[in-house]
Design a protein around this ligand. Structure first.
Ligand SMILES: C[S@@+](CC[C@H](N)C(=O)[O-])C[C@H]1O[C@@H](n2cnc3c(N)ncnc32)[C@H](O)[C@@H]1O
Length: 292
């Protein structure tokens, strides 16, 4: 079960009204989308994008009662312009990005996202493109792997972890999640009971890397204003400081060009109750802006 993060806050900032057209760039299990549809119907339309085919199947199932009011497209959101043009939509009233992975993806061991479940070391959102992570890691040098773990994972033991990955890969290819998690823990000298399992940071870094998530976000954010009606809203929920930095800087740049007006001076954080009920929300930050 995926619990949508910052749901009420998202709806407040999207400020949806009846008959509007809304673009959800990360539809996932359609938790946010369901509430959006409730606020735009009758007469509204929701376009849902997801790079993950399985996420779209889940979304379709969960939105069954709204049949006819939504359109789902299997694409990377960095191509949101193509998606809208292909389905003949020139502009929308609000755009939502809820970044990262859904609980459905983390819970499905065969996707390789979780360091707690045995599965193939894949981690691609879109398994029809590119190579699984284990194959990519075999082609990368120690320096390249180290840079990913250092920059995207902000991991202090990045050197040791990268060295261990390359050494172990020479012995036999690291093809599964639990083996990689063990290698990371050993290299970072993890003692069970310590606060954060270092596999968390390395897995997150490798996932962001293999899916080129930061570049996709930059590209997508720059494309949004062209399609947003005047007064239309953009809401982004991020889970990583580098994602949040991209959102903050892009909004600032667009605000100085008088393209967007920033609605959240500081990012909105989940309440204590939400972090208790949904630990996944702990690192979330929401930023919103309005098209001038
Ligand atoms: C946190 S989940 C969204 C959950 C959804 N808001 C809900 O309430 O159910 C993020 C989704 O974004 C998708 N995603 C991540 N990066 C993407 C990208 N670059 N393009 C399209 N979809 C992406 C993932 O496959 C995942 O299903």
């Amino acid at each position: 079960m995926h619990k949508s993060v910052l749901l009420n806050e998202t709806l407040e900032y999207l400020s949806c009204k009846k008959k509007q057209t809304i673009l959800d760039c990360t539809i996932g299990g359609a938790g946010h989308a369901e509430k959006i549809l409730e606020s735009i119907l009758p007469g509204g339309k929701l376009i849902g994008i997801d790079a993950d085919k399985l996420a779209l199947e889940t979304a379709r199932r969960n939105l069954k009662s709204f049949e006819g009011a939504f359109e789902l497209v299997n694409e990377n959101y960095r191509n949101l312009d193509k998606v809208l043009t292909t389905i003949g939509i020139g502009s929308v009233d609000a755009v939502l990005f809820d970044l990262g992975t859904s609980s459905f993806q983390l819970d499905e061991a065969s996707r390789g996202f979780s360091f707690l479940k045995e599965g193939p070391l894949d981690m691609r959102m879109d398994r029809e493109r590119g190579m699984p992570l284990w194959q990519v890691l075999r082609k990368k040098s120690e320096a390249e792997i180290g840079a990913v773990i250092r920059d995207l994972g902000q991991e202090r033991y990045w050197r040791r972890i990268a060295k261990a990955i390359v050494t172990e890969n020479r012995i036999s290819p690291i093809k599964d999640t639990l083996r990689l998690a063990g290698i990371v823990r050993d290299a970072a000298r993890y003692r069970p009971g310590s606060r954060i399992d270092p596999a968390t940071r390395t897995f997150q870094a490798l996932r962001i890397f293999i899916n080129d998530e930061l570049n996709a976000l930059k590209e997508a954010l720059l494309k949004v204003p062209k399609f947003l009606n005047s007064g239309g809203r953009i809401v982004v929920i991020s889970f990583h400081s580098l994602e949040d930095r991209i959102v903050k800087h892009t909004f600032k740049a667009e605000a100085s060009e008088k393209v967007l007006r920033i609605l959240t001076k500081r990012p909105i954080r989940p309440s204590e109750t939400e972090t208790i009920n949904n630990p996944r929300s702990r690192s979330s930050k929401l930023r919103a802006a309005e098209r001038v």
